[in-house]
Write a protein that binds this ligand. Structure first.
Ligand SMILES: [Fe+2]
Length: 230
């Protein structure tokens, strides 16, 4: 398998490039608009063909490269069925697969950070978007965030995966690149709660600033990152 973890320093976003084999099909998860040409170059250098660009959810902190990548490579753009945007070519559902050659990512619906948050699962790793971060979890105070739904996504879906499953989040602000389900279960401070009520109280007690780019990024991302002049 070809696997690359790419980083956007401005928003601390991780973008993942996956392919089964050299010369084959590639898939990008959570690409950032500013790096479009870097992705296109890397895909060409690795002799891959981009077939799909997907976002785990509508991001509030950076503009997505979905639209730009579709224009430049002809790839399919995909987001979850709960994402209220017309701009993507495909809306996926829980239980379906996102595929590049024989690489099949299982789709899990993991709402809570937003109501359109999904995770993508391979046998040995899971891409958790902003639902499960390394030693943290995505905030639940905007974009229809819901701490009780996030508790359910975490405790009844993600944490039920084998403990050895590697965790690749959409962001990290502390220089961490990867974790495991077991590591997060035991050491993630947000997950050391007695139940859903305690988790809701913990999340509702957080005092956080809005992301700097939120007013630009959310409307732009509803249009796949293609900025439309007002
Ligand atoms: Fe997010």
């Amino acid at each position: 398998m070809i696997f690359r973890q790419l980083f956007d320093r401005t928003s601390s976003t991780y973008t993942y490039l996956l392919a089964e084999r050299q010369g084959g099909e590639a898939l990008l998860i959570d690409p950032v608009l500013d790096h479009t040409s870097q992705y296109v170059r890397l895909i060409r250098e690795l002799d891959l063909k981009l077939v799909k660009a997907v976002d785990t959810h509508i991001h509030a902190d950076h503009v997505t490269a979905l639209g730009a990548l579709r224009e430049q490579t002809g790839c399919t753009t995909a987001m979850g069925a709960m994402t209220m945007t017309e701009c993507v070519s495909v809306h996926f559902h829980e239980g379906e697969k996102l595929s590049a050659d024989n690489l099949h990512l299982e789709i899990l619906y993991t709402p809570g950070h937003t109501d359109d948050s999904y995770s993508f699962l391979l046998p040995d790793r899971v891409f958790t978007g902003d639902t499960l971060l390394i030693r943290g979890t995505g905030r639940t105070d905007f974009q229809n965030g819901d701490p009780a739904a996030q508790y359910d996504s975490l405790f009844n879906k993600l944490l039920r995966l084998p403990e050895s499953t590697r965790v690749y989040p959409a962001h990290d602000y502390n220089g961490m690149t990867v974790s495991t389900i077991g590591e997060e279960k035991h050491h993630n401070p947000r997950l050391q709660v007695s139940g859903v009520q305690a988790y809701v109280e913990l999340m509702n007690g957080l005092v956080l600033d809005d992301p700097r780019l939120m007013d630009i990024a959310v409307p732009a991302n509803r249009a796949c990152g293609v900025l439309v002049a007002a």
